[in-house]
Ligand binder design. Structure first.
Ligand SMILES: Cc1cc2nc3c(=O)[nH]c(=O)nc-3n(C[C@H](O)[C@H](O)[C@H](O)COP(=O)(O)OP(=O)(O)OC[C@H]3O[C@@H](n4cnc5c(N)ncnc54)[C@H](O)[C@@H]3O)c2cc1C
Length: 465
């Protein structure tokens, strides 16, 4: 039989694409090399990291915040194997959910590594080495990404770990060296700090969270510093000696110079991720790449007829919801509809405490593009709910076009920032103005009132400041 569509990879891009295409009446198959569906996100990314962030946050609260609220508990004790079981059960619930949805939508799953041998032909090699050929009118490549490695430093996933190993450590490291102050390094660094590690973060650039609004990065670094994380910016790890009982990392100034040595029990290499296309046969069929990513046009089409690509393997932010939206859009295009993704309104969240969330342009980007803008800022210290909850760290910042008042970017540090960013994203999707947010009734008392106040602050009329 010939499928209308075969998706290679079942991460959030691939499985969502397959389901949407099946909903639209296409005969669909997926190819997956791993034992479980769900890709990086469900197995070794978003889901397990959020399970550990949730559990470690409650552990931290129980140890430090409960007494202040009149809750007397004995000092909490960590049962790490039980916490890991909690995480694994959460992962299992999610990956089993994907298996159920694929079945429900009558999507055939071919388990094995897929290689495109010709347009419309995928060779699938199972774990037993047996191959089968899947025939299909269209192919969507959704093979995701893999950990970026540092030259000369071997990841053993025990002492020198990637995010995958950092999600399964068997003991709390006394000292954790995090290489890279991006989202993954700061989230997993937070998990282990809360569980008792001394955490040192080494970052090549002179700031944390490159790409995020600079003011947000600065304040967030101060907050993480107060929580006990140490930062070494403008520095690079050039080697890690793992021959002794503790690791010895050579850390040099980014611009070069004499190295210093930092000892640690575990080193987490979190310098980013790279698109994954190994063994996919792209050279063989002549699919064009650009900067290591599969090159696509506005309709997700590669240079080869009938071959499309989405998610981490193509350009854009490596985020699960971006991959999902591309999956929906390409399925709709293949079914003859007008699939579309608004790349200017893709939110980005860091699930630490407080959370950091943003959508749209940063101040630096607006300045560089020469776009005049007004800023409205509101601190959580002036928000009633944050005050009573004692979660007053952070602020909401809204950047609006100086001429039209249209919202161009929103940046939030604060408890639950990841949920609050959604209202800003919807406002931006609808082409909304700061005035639209300011005139929208927000429930009291909620943290989201800070978003409304920041919108009012754009016109210099915040009430509670
Ligand atoms: C620790 C961590 C935390 C993260 N947290 C978040 C978060 O909170 N929010 C967020 O939005 N993003 C987060 N991400 C990023 C997110 O996981 C990715 O952006 C997302 O998974 C990309 O989806 P995808 O469908 O493109 O690819 P993936 O999820 O990587 O899935 C690709 C799939 O393709 C399969 N595959 C690859 N090659 C083949 C082949 N030849 N044949 C068959 N199958 C193949 C793989 O086995 C895999 O299942 C996190 C990532 C990490 C590592």
């Amino acid at each position: 039989m010939t499928y209308d569509l075969t998706v290679i990879g079942t991460g959030p891009g691939g499985y969502v694409c397959a389901i949407r295409a099946a909903q639209l009446g296409l005969k669909v198959a997926v190819v997956e090399k791993d034992r479980t569906f769900g890709g990086t996100c469900l197995n070794v990314g978003c889901i397990p990291s959020k399970a550990l962030l949730h559990a470690s946050h409650l552990f931290d609260e129980a140890g430090h915040e409960f007494a202040g609220m009149g809750i007397k508990v004995p000092a909490p004790k960590l049962d790490l194997p039980a916490m890991m079981k909690f995480k694994d059960e959460g992962v299992a619930g999610n990956v089993n959910g994907v298996a159920f949805l694929l079945k429900k939508n009558k999507i055939d799953a071919h388990i094995g590594r897929g290689k495109i041998v010709a347009p419309g032909k995928i060779e699938v090699t199972g774990a037993d080495g047996k191959t089968q050929t899947v025939e299909t009118k269209n192919i969507v490549i959704a093979t995701g990404s893999d950990v970026a490695r540092l030259k000369g430093i071997e990841i053993d996933e025990k002492r020198i770990v990637s995010s995958t190993g950092a999600l399964t450590l068997e003991a709390v490291p006394k000292k954790l060296l995090v290489v890279g102050a991006g989202v993954i390094g700061l989230e997993l660094g937070s998990v282990w700090r809360r569980l008792g590690s001394e955490v040192v973060v080494v970052e090549f650039l002179d700031r944390i969270l490159p790409g995020m609004d600079a003011e947000v990065g600065k304040q967030f670094q101060r907050i993480l510093g107060k929580q006990g994380m140490t930062f070494k910016l403008s520095s690079k790890v050039t080697a890690i000696d793992s021959s002794g009982k503790t690791l010895k990392a050579s850390v040099e100034p980014a611009a070069g110079g004499a190295p210093e040595m930092i000892e640690a029990d575990v080193a987490l290499i979190a310098i980013g991720r790279i698109p994954y296309t190994e063994g996919l046969g792209l050279d063989y069929v002549g699919v064009k790449m650009e900067k290591g990513r599969v090159l696509i046009d506005a309709d997700f089409k590669t240079n080869i007829e009938g071959i499309y690509a989405i998610g981490d393997v193509v350009a854009g932010p490596m985020l699960a919801h971006k991959a999902e939206d591309e999956g929906v859009a390409v399925a709709e295009i293949l079914a003859g509809q007008a699939g579309h993704v608004s790349y200017d309104a893709i939110p980005n969240v860091i699930y630490t405490f407080p959370e950091v969330a943003s959508v749209g342009k940063t101040e630096e980007e607006l300045k560089q593009a020469g776009i005049p803008y007004n800023t409205g800022k509101f601190p959580f210290t002036a928000n009633g709910r944050a005050k009573v909850n004692r979660t007053t760290d952070g602020f909401v910042k809204i950047l609006a076009d100086a001429k039209t008042d249209r919202v161009l970017g929103v940046h939030i540090i604060g408890a639950d920032a990841g949920t609050m960013i959604t209202e800003a994203t919807i406002a931006m999707e609808f082409g909304g103005a700061a005035e639209d947010i300011a005139r929208t009734c927000h429930p009291h008392p909620t943290l989201s009132e800070a978003v409304k106040e920041a919108a009012m602050a754009v016109a210099k009329r915040a009430i509670h400041m």
